[in-house]
Design a protein around this ligand. Structure first.
Ligand code: TYD
Ligand code: MG
Length: 496
């Protein structure tokens, strides 16, 4: 059979017979790369295949199953994200932007395991041996018995590891640099990344060893990202963080052996990654050190609210900061009334939260509470570089926005949570108890929570039930100098 050229999108893996500037499947530009299909396509299972299949052993659903055995790295944040340790025979993919700290994390894990008596190997395809040694020196783990090798050929790696003396853990840094000599395409292309991963996953299963694949996420899509591997491996972890921040968040997005949505929090120090067992304290660290400036009340700035969130199984408190420009409500009101078309499109800059959700909340504040938030430029920021996906943050976002608008700080000892409906009603959210407990632990005294089943913690937390967004607005009245004239339309008043 004649082998014909085909093109694979390096972004999503879609195949096309002809080259195109844009992938038809995912719309990525310049992502189609020629890849040769296998010379001999696999045979079908027809009668010609000759062999009859072996009998399947069907069993009952109920049975004696102990959970999978686990190998603990000793990095508690990593173990927890993996579901309570690493499972022998499984493959873990760690994805993230270049420079975020993937190599540092996996080297620390390998070194800890080796120091604890497990066999750990580290295969570097990207950096030279010397670079890895320098990092090990810096991390203070140079004397741990990690076996280090520089290799890029999967054939060589398998040859070295596929025997009874296989180590317990093998790190492949990175999967994009690995190649199979049976494939024609270049390292880093979809077919190479997939092919190499397939072989290494096979090795993990055969020998019961843990394979950790490091994968770069690239926006350009010229190199196949970890996405093409997500369905093949057992566990997918993403390492995230802002370059400027020292916080790093390890997030499980897929885990055959544990819960997803779990996060591990680390701080990048000059001696590697340090675990942050109590992230709330870290995310709120800047808060307590804030100095009192004019316009602030007891160290509190207007436009900020602390959200009591849940990340995975753990409550996490974060500060939400909002800046609403053109904060003088009367002025805003006039512009909105007199010349709305002159305002142009207000600016929105949102970091760490969903901007459509912000649009919804500003709309509800405007429509149900008689405010004029939407016409302003709004900057919303989740402190500490965390990304929040919970709708439970709605009420805290609204509190930050209203506080920014009225220049009235949210009380410093108060946390806020609750979901907002389009009617302005505040809906209850899950894990209220855990949120309150965490807040009490960190010294907060009051929580603004959805009306309804208000959990009692017995921790001395006072809860203020907010049934409607208007009640929140009433708690943050405009600072006296901006107080609205009685003649004007109703503003900052609770909706009926
Ligand atoms: P690295 O693990 O090489 O990132 P990746 O493998 O994801 O590309 O980490 C790179 C960054 O981390 C680099 O900017 C230096 C910084 N770093 C520290 O701040 N402290 C350390 O102890 C180490 C090893 C790295
Ligand atoms: Mg690296």
């Amino acid at each position: 059979m004649k082998t014909q050229a085909r093109y694979a999108c390096q972004q999503c893996g879609a195949l096309a017979p002809k080259w195109a500037g844009r992938c038809e499947a995912c719309g990525a530009w310049n992502s189609m790369v020629e890849e040769l299909p296998r010379a001999t396509p696999p045979k079908g299972l027809g009668p010609a295949a000759g062999r009859r299949g072996a009998r399947l052993d069907f069993v009952a659903l109920r049975g004696e199953t102990a959970g999978p055995p686990r190998l603990l790295t000793g990095i508690a944040e990593l173990d927890r994200v993996c579901g309570g340790g690493l499972v022998p025979g499984s493959t873990i993919l760690i994805g993230g932007d270049p420079g975020i700290g993937k190599s540092t994390l996996v080297l620390q894990a390998a070194a800890l395991l080796a120091a604890g008596g497990s066999e750990a190997a580290y295969i570097t395809g990207e950096e030279a041996i010397d670079q890895v040694r320098l990092r090990a020196e810096r991390l203070g783990v140079a004397d741990t018995p990690v076996r280090l090798a520089s290799a890029a050929s999967v054939r060589d790696i398998i040859a070295a590891l596929d025997d009874k003396r296989a180590p317990d853990l093998v790190v492949i840094d990175s999967i994009q640099t690995m190649y199979l000599d049976t494939l024609d395409s270049a390292p880093g292309t979809v077919s190479q990344v997939r092919g190499a991963a397939q072989e290494l996953i096979g090795l993990a299963k055969r020998r019961g060893l843990i394979v950790v694949l490091v994968g770069h996420v690239t926006k350009e899509g010229l190199i196949a990202g970890p996405r093409v591997l997500e369905h093949m491996v057992d566990t997918v972890l993403y390492f995230e963080g802002e370059r400027g921040h020292q916080f790093r968040i390890l997030r499980a997005v897929k885990n055959r052996f544990g819960a997803t949505d779990e996060i591990g929090v680390f701080e990048m120090s000059d001696r590697g990654l340090v675990e942050v067992p109590n992230p709330s304290a870290l995310f709120l660290a800047d808060r307590s050190s804030a100095e009192t400036e004019p316009g602030e009340e007891g160290g509190r700035t207007a436009g900020a609210a602390v959200f009591a969130g849940i990340e995975g199984t753990r409550p996490v408190l974060v500060e939400i900061q909002a800046l609403v420009e053109g904060t003088r409500p009367v002025l805003v009101e006039i512009q909105a009334l007199v010349a709305p078309s002159l305002l142009g499109t207000p600016r929105r800059a949102v970091v760490g939260w969903d901007s459509t959700r912000l649009a919804m909340i500003t709309a509800v504040l405007d429509a149900r509470c008689g405010l004029s938030v939407g016409a302003n430029d709004i900057y919303l920021n989740i402190a500490g570089g965390l990304r929040i996906v919970e709708p439970a943050a709605d009420l805290a976002v609204a509190a930050a926005l209203v506080s920014a608008l009225t220049e009235t700080p949210v009380p410093a000892d108060t946390v806020v949570f609750g979901e907002i409906g389009l009617s302005g009603r505040v809906r209850p959210v899950a894990h209220a108890e855990a949120r309150l407990k965490e807040a009490a632990k960190l010294g907060f005294a009051e929580a603004w929570v959805p009306a309804g089943r208000v959990a009692r913690t017995g921790d001395g937390m006072a809860t203020v039930a907010i049934g409607h967004l208007g009640e929140l607005v009433a708690r943050l009245p405009a600072a006296p100098r901006h107080r609205v004239q009685p003649a004007g339309p109703r503003r900052f008043a609770a909706a009926p």
